[in-house]
Design a protein around this ligand. Sequence first.
Ligand code: 5GP
Length: 200
Amino acid sequence: MSKGFLLVVSGPSGCGKGTVCKELFKRNEELIFSVSVTTRKPRNGEINGVNYFFIHEEKFNNMVENHEFLEYAQVHNNYYGTPKKFVLEKIEKGEVVVLEIDVQGALQVKKAYPEAVFIFLLPPSMNELKERIIKRGTETEKDINIRMKNAFKEIEFIDEYDYIVINDKVMDAVEKIETIITAEKLKVKRHKNIMEKIIS
Ligand code: 5GP
């Protein structure tokens, strides 16, 4: 069995991260999705424990104090964090755990777990990104402007990532991520005991 690893997927709001990851999980049932904790209010159709664990800020602060997060950050005026225990247990068991998190969180993960794999998902263009956020219809004009400003800031950190995937067509982006996972699983460093197995 190869060692498990963290796969971090970031990209500006509206670049289709959610859609791409949903399709990725549909086609690869062995992948583990890390359900984040957030202080954001649920959107229509979002389910507690499936999309996020929706909690109040006070509880979030308690979790921070108790060191329960692998990483956490304030994104667009809400707090988001990755529960540490769940993720580390799965990796220990050899699973690939996918974190769909923002750049600030990804940088924290990189510091603590440099062996994680980092993918940056990009829209075909920034105009297209704005169109997608507007079409989604879940944000106010003020929120849209905040998200566009944040998108430009996030892209500045692209050099910290290992791979770029442009989300023009969802299935193309999914296939590229699958290729990255396959290649990463084959890395020598994830098969430390391979020679013992082959020789015995
Ligand atoms: P949304 O509110 O649209 O679901 O997510 C807003 C942003 O928060 C997205 O960029 C998403 O990737 C990021 N995000 C979601 N969960 C986490 C998390 O646990 N940690 C961090 N740092 N960012 C997260």
